[in-house]
Design a protein around this ligand. Structure first.
Ligand code: KG4
Ligand code: ZN
Length: 332
């Protein structure tokens, strides 16, 4: 039996989790509200908040798990990618904690952690290899082909903005607040997704591009606002539903193509945008159509969390893949 404490601090969520083998005992997340008033993550404020949060969050995770420090076998931590000042807090904490307890350290790649969150034991079927995972977050958009836990082939990626970034920017253009993803998701439920059409770019292979969608949305609104200054207010739900449909259809069209081309019959989604209700329901629909299996993460594992870092650390621990104290964080 292996008990792991995991730490995640790559962006604006300070999180600690405790896992016993692949079973989650606790997953504590302190989200930083401070960034809302700035309409995006302010790196300097994020690292300061991590400094304040890290000790109480780890303490709460151990308490909720009912696990003493002396029961821990390893400390897993997100080494990157992410914001340097944010990562440094988690990395330094993990190194000191593991050193003090004389237990090994396991470094985890944040993106791999998002994908491997599907292997946390929940009494439900887990994906089997090979499967495709669409990883969609505020910083990343990738179609991944998993041959095993750590043999991950990137079939396609965005050549500019990430999907979550595009959604957040669309929300910002409409002055809806930050982060825009959950707000657009909620407002879209009341709207007509076919009210407006926004073109998606033709990009080779399985790659994506989102900056053009954002620009066409911006110009479309600028023109409409000239005719009617209340255009956004009057059409908010339809605008949200339409831009959401544009982005989700684009994401899933390429994912479906990748699965067909690679003869893969299981598709998972991961990352913050995998919380999106349309993405979740559309993936289900596509998988039903092809008799494929869809793997949709529970909400607590979509956005940044340490549980996913813990499961990735567990698989690395089992391989004896440990980190040494000299490893610096990486941002990309
Ligand atoms: O994975 P994550 O927490 O952080 C990164 O690693 O980037 O993802 C955050 C992103 C944000 O862009 C946020 O707007 C988006 O996930 N997001 C959503 C939803 N919930 C979070 N996007 C669409 N619909 C949602 N329900
Ligand atoms: Zn993330």
């Amino acid at each position: 039996m292996t008990t792991i404490l995991a730490i995640e601090s790559s962006c604006d969520d300070t999180s600690a989790a405790v896992l016993r083998d692949d079973t989650l005992l606790s997953n504590v997340i302190a989200s930083q509200k401070i960034h809302e008033q700035y309409g995006g993550v302010v790196p300097e404020l994020a690292s300061r908040a991590h400094q304040q949060n890290i000790v109480p969050v780890v303490d709460a995770a151990l308490r909720q798990a009912g696990v003493g420090r002396d029961e821990l076998n390893a400390v897993g931590f997100t080494r990157g990618p992410g914001l340097l000042g944010s990562l440094l807090v988690g990395v330094s904490f993990a190194k000191s904690f593991a050193t003090a307890l004389h237990i090994p350290l396991v470094e985890v790649n944040h993106l791999q952690a998002h994908v491997l969150s599907h292997f946390i034991e929940r009494g439900e079927p887990k994906p089997s290899f090979p499967f495709i995972c669409l990883l969609v977050s505020g910083g990343h958009t990738q179609i991944l082909l998993l041959h095993d836990h750590f043999n991950i082939e990137c079939l396609g990626t965005t050549i500019d903005d990430a999907a979550g970034e595009a959604i957040d920017k669309a929300a910002k253009i409409m002055d809806l607040g930050y982060p825009g993803g959950p707000i657009i998701d909620r407002l879209a439920k009341e709207g007509n997704a076919d009210a407006f059409r926004f073109a998606t770019p033709h990009i080779e292979g399985y790659d994506y591009s989102f900056s053009g969608i954002k620009t066409s949305f911006l110009y479309f609104l600028r023109d409409r606002l000239k005719e009617d200054p209340d255009f956004i207010e009057k059409n908010k739900a339809d605008l949200c539903a339409s831009i959401q449909k544009t982005i989700v259809s684009f994401l899933l069209k390429k994912t479906e193509r990748a699965a067909l081309d690679h003869k893969v019959r299981q598709i998972a989604i991961a990352g913050g945008v995998s919380a999106n209700s349309l993405l979740r329901s559309e993936l289900q629909r596509i998988c039903q159509k092809h008799h494929w299996q869809a793997f949709i993460p529970p909400f607590q594992f979509c956005t940044d969390n340490a549980a996913m870092v813990g499961i990735a650390a567990y698989f690395k621990y089992m391989k004896g893949d440990f980190a040494d104290l000299s490893l610096p964080p990486y941002t990309r």
